[in-house]
Ligand binder design. Structure first.
Ligand SMILES: Cc1cc2nc3c(=O)[nH]c(=O)nc-3n(C[C@H](O)[C@H](O)[C@H](O)COP(=O)(O)O)c2cc1C
Length: 158
């Protein structure tokens, strides 16, 4: 079946982005993880960021109920991690793959930047929700990014 949104997706996809893994802790205490490219920085003081969560995804209720989330920005060559957490019902990160900072949401050890956030605001917008987070702790390193552009991954920018 033809994808009626393909032309719009093609146009949106002309904005090159990075890739992040969003994680939260669900009501049972289990980790949920989702590949996203809708990350945007919002504010420096206070430190705010946002990303957009599709309302049809299985992870939707968990991220809407959680009071915190973490984002791990992927580095060059980490396409497998991106694909893993973009799949249906992905295995959560294993204990040797993550660390926990302030909120309890897991940060992947494989990252070029990490953000541990408490929910600041949630806004429903069309078929997504905009999740604005207040950054309570972050880090970054000098490794190069995993880039996503026009439905393809690119590495080797630096
Ligand atoms: C490159 C890439 C970027 C994505 N970005 C987002 C995003 O920003 N927000 C979102 O809700 N889902 C995003 N997704 C989709 C999710 O990672 C996941 O594939 C989807 O929600 C799984 O849906 P399901 O649980 O219904 O199978 C992205 C997927 C890929 C491959």
């Amino acid at each position: 079946m033809a994808d009626e949104f393909r032309p719009l997706k093609n146009a949106f996809g002309k904005f090159a982005t990075g890739i992040a893994i969003a994680t939260c802790v669900d009501a049972n205490g289990d980790f949920r993880a989702l590949t996203i490219n809708s990350f945007t920085s919002v504010s420096l003081d206070p430190a705010l960021l946002l990303w957009c969560l599709e309302n049809k995804t299985a992870a939707y209720p968990h991220f809407m109920e959680a009071d915190a989330y973490a984002l791990s920005i992927l580095g060059a060559g980490q396409t497998a991690l991106s694909n893993r957490f973009a799949g249906r019902a992905p295995e959560p990160p294993a204990p040797d793959e993550y660390e926990i900072w302030e909120t309890g949401a897991p940060l992947l050890k494989s990252r070029i930047a990490g953000f541990d956030c408490r929910i600041h605001r949630r806004h429903k917008a069309g078929d997504h929700a905009i999740l604005i987070g207040e950054v309570v702790r972050f880090d970054s390193n000098d490794d190069g990014p995993l880039v996503y552009y026009a439905s393809r991954y690119y590495s080797g920018l630096t």
